[in-house]
Design a protein. Structure first.
Length: 95
């Protein structure tokens, strides 16, 4: 199983937030930097939270969790509004 799949399966099962150190330890994906790299390279899968308490070690650190598959975050909503406004203008405005 690929490291990304191991991390994803673990987070799906646990439904909580973990720091990279704990994710590495609990999933045995090593070195710890590999966890960081995988999560940064796949923002569509993993959310990064700055300075939250890890559910395992209880330290306040950068933590990771699975991104909600169907949830829109604020940036997604702003992008959607921008494109909608751009479309409306290109069509001659609202009537």
């Amino acid at each position: 199983m690929a490291s990304i799949d191991i991390i994803k399966a673990f987070l799906e099962r646990e439904q909580s937030i973990f720091c990279d150190d704990c994710l590495s330890q609990l999933t045995q994906v090593t070195p710890r930097q590999q966890v960081n790299q995988i999560c940064r390279e796949h923002p569509e899968v993993f959310e990064t939270h700055k300075m939250l308490k890890c559910s395992h070690c209880k330290k306040t650190k950068i933590t990771r969790c699975l991104r909600e598959a169907n949830a829109l975050d604020w940036d997604d909503l702003k992008r959607a509004k921008f494109h909608l406004d751009k479309f409306i203008v290109s069509q001659g405005g609202m009537q």
